[in-house]
Write a protein that binds this ligand. Structure first.
Ligand code: ADP
Length: 595
């Protein structure tokens, strides 16, 4: 299997700073007033924390050493005020940052969806749903966490540290130097951990996508999974992904946790050193015990923010992979866009012409010089073996892809010279699988014309022979179609998609006839619905049934990406070529089925 994440996101190790800078430049300005407010709260947290250490000097000197009873009240009241203020500021900071975070997440989700929906078909051919899910889900989560981490750590923790260091230096400059000896080993230790965390985070993302893919296939293919007893195989596939994610998560957890013993040991060492020397200077040298106490309090309080600061890089390392994946998606401009001088296509007759069109999805050619014409207002059928290139012809008319060479003309206008939206507005497409969205039947039909009235929708449904069965559904037009239209039979789905095309009322109709066998009643209903639909439109149909082909004004027989025979049914049958063989094959199958 292709590794879906073998992309720049995984291999470019140096752009961490760039990514974070970009994240900030995109979001910081928009939310500047709110961030400013959060910073004010954080400043208050820092100031109150420093004050709580500061006041320890008076607690010790006035209360315990001087035994001043009035000061007890003053100091107790001051402590109460300091801590209440700290609580209130923490509340304010958390609420403000959470709101900013939520709105950044909402913004990014909108942006990413907008990008996804603009991508061309080539993109979706390459991407799995699971990969897109991982990119969107993890990417957005990573963006939020990164911003929170950086702002809280650099704002609250750094400000708090500054306040506390100020208290420490003021109370005892020499001891402050002792406390800093742990800095260099802490920095080196953390840098080592960061590198490894990034590696594991990368593997974790790949395996998460694998889990997603297995889940998706199991759900989508549930009938096949059950019918062929594939449960153990799917479980095994799942197990591989799950175990891998578990393994990587455990490794990341133990690496992240390793910052704790690292910092605790180093911190303990510094505190022991301070107590040792500080105790000595109070006991032997008669220095101020309140100052020492205040110093130690500040040091202990500084410990937590310092540890978070040290961990910042490790925690960012975990997020950076998600952030890269997200930006890769956001940065991908769709390859196919309207030309600067594109015109709005207004189809009059609806003549479609293919002139020597060459196209391939990858290495091998799907169309290798296809030429044919579909006459205006007439029905043209494409027939040929599976893989001959019939669906590709449709995809090129809809401009899901651009041909490598040759021309496709609609009423004499080259397809790429028209805006994509106007081109598609002129086409109604009935797909073979009759895909329905899990919304109401009414809304599924309204896809053809979003502003349609109920009367128009019902008229379309009647013309498609769908109205009666819709009324018999539990909630009529409001009944949900189920995932992919699961709540309806194949024939019903087709009639809904015919109604959709009917409502669109476009001059060109692309009809991919269903191959799946239908009961005689459904088939005749669908046939008569299609006849109504085709009336007066240029219809190009991928025909699988003789009944359809016979009606066609013109038939083009395709083989290996080329049109090799053209004519009416009678002409082609006379000719004794591929078409005749296809017909004979179908007759044979039919007769066998009838026997
Ligand atoms: P038909 O509709 O006549 O069965 P298609 O137009 O679907 O034929 O396919 C023509 C050729 O292009 C086939 O060889 C098929 O395997 C290939 N093909 C079709 N769709 C894709 C795709 N999305 N990616 C790669 N190859 C494709």
């Amino acid at each position: 299997m292709r590794n879906p994440f073998k992309s720049k996101a995984m291999t470019d190790p140096d752009s961490t700073v760039q990514l974070i800078k970009r994240l900030f430049s995109e979001n910081f300005r928009t939310y500047f007033p709110k961030y400013l407010l959060a910073f004010v709260f954080m400043g208050m947290i820092a100031a109150t924390t420093a004050a709580s250490a500061w006041i320890m000097r008076d607690v010790v000197n006035e209360v315990f050493v001087n035994k001043d009873s009035t000061m007890v009240y003053v100091i107790a009241a001051a402590v109460l005020v300091i801590f209440s203020l700290k609580g209130a500021s923490t509340f304010g900071q958390m609420v403000v940052l959470a709101r900013v975070g939520n709105s950044i997440v909402a913004d990014l989700q909108r942006r990413m969806f907008d990008h996804l929906i603009r991508q061309d078909q080539t993109y979706y051919d390459k991407m799995s749903l699971a990969e897109i899910n991982v990119r969107v889900g993890q990417g957005v989560g990573a963006a939020r966490t990164t911003l929170d981490l950086i702002i809280v750590t650099l704002g609250r923790d750094v400000l708090t540290l500054i306040g506390l260091v100020f208290v420490m230096v003021y109370q005892n400059p020499l001891l402050s130097v002792f406390a800093l000896v742990i800095m260099p080993p802490a920095v080196i230790g953390v840098a080592f951990l960061v590198r490894r965390v990034k590696q594991y985070a990368k593997r974790q993302v790949v395996s998460t996508a694998k889990i997603g893919a297995t889940m998706q296939e199991t759900v989508l293919g549930t009938r096949i999974v059950k019918a062929f007893g594939m449960e153990p195989a799917m479980r095994k596939r799942m197990e591989v992904g799950v175990l891998e994610v578990q393994k990587q998560s455990n490794k990341i957890a133990s690496l992240t946790a390793r910052t704790s013993p690292l910092m605790d040991t180093l911190g303990g060492f510094a505190i022991a050193l301070v107590i040792f020397y500080g105790g000595y200077s109070v006991i032997e040298l008669g220095q101020d015990p309140g100052a020492l106490f205040s110093f130690i309090t500040a040091l202990l309080l500084a410990y937590d923010p310092a540890r978070r600061l040290a961990r910042l890089n490790v925690n960012l390392g975990k997020q950076i992979v998600g952030l890269r994946l997200m930006y890769e998606l956001v940065d991908r401009e769709p390859a196919m866009q309207d030309a600067a001088d594109a015109i709005d296509l207004k189809v009059k007759d609806g003549k479609i012409e293919f002139r020597d069109v060459v196209f391939g999805y990858g290495e091998s050619a799907a169309l290798s010089g296809t030429s044919f014409t579909a006459q205006p207002g007439k029905m043209t059928a494409l027939v040929g073996a599976s893989g001959a290139g019939k669906s590709t012809v449709f995809s090129l008319i809809e401009r899901f892809y651009d041909p490598e060479s040759g021309e496709i003309l609609i009423d004499g206008h080259a397809v790429p010279s028209c805006t994509i939206a106007s081109l598609r507005e002129n086409i109604a497409y009935v797909s073979q699988d009759a895909f329905l969205f899990n919304i109401s039947i009414r809304d599924n039909i309204a896809v053809g014309k979003p502003d349609a009235t109920q009367e128009e929708i019902e008229a379309a449904a009647k013309a498609a022979n769908a109205h009666d069965f819709i009324l018999r559904l539990p909630e009529g037009y409001k009944t949900k179609a189920g995932e992919g239209g699961n709540n309806l039979s194949g024939g019903q789905r087709q009639r809904i998609s015919i109604a959709r095309a009917m409502l669109r009322d476009a001059p060109i109709l692309l009809l991919d006839e269903a191959t799946s066998a239908l009961d005689a009643e459904s088939e005749s209903k669908i046939q008569s619905a299609l006849e109504t639909l085709m009336d007066g439109r240029t219809t190009l149909v991928i025909a699988h049934r003789l009944s359809t082909v016979r009606h066609a004004n013109q038939i083009h027989v395709m083989d290996q990406g080329r049109v090799i025979e053209s004519g009416t049914h009678d002409e082609l049958f006379e000719h004794d070529g591929i078409y005749r063989r296809l017909c004979e094959l179908q007759f044979q199958n039919r007769n066998q089925a009838a026997e």
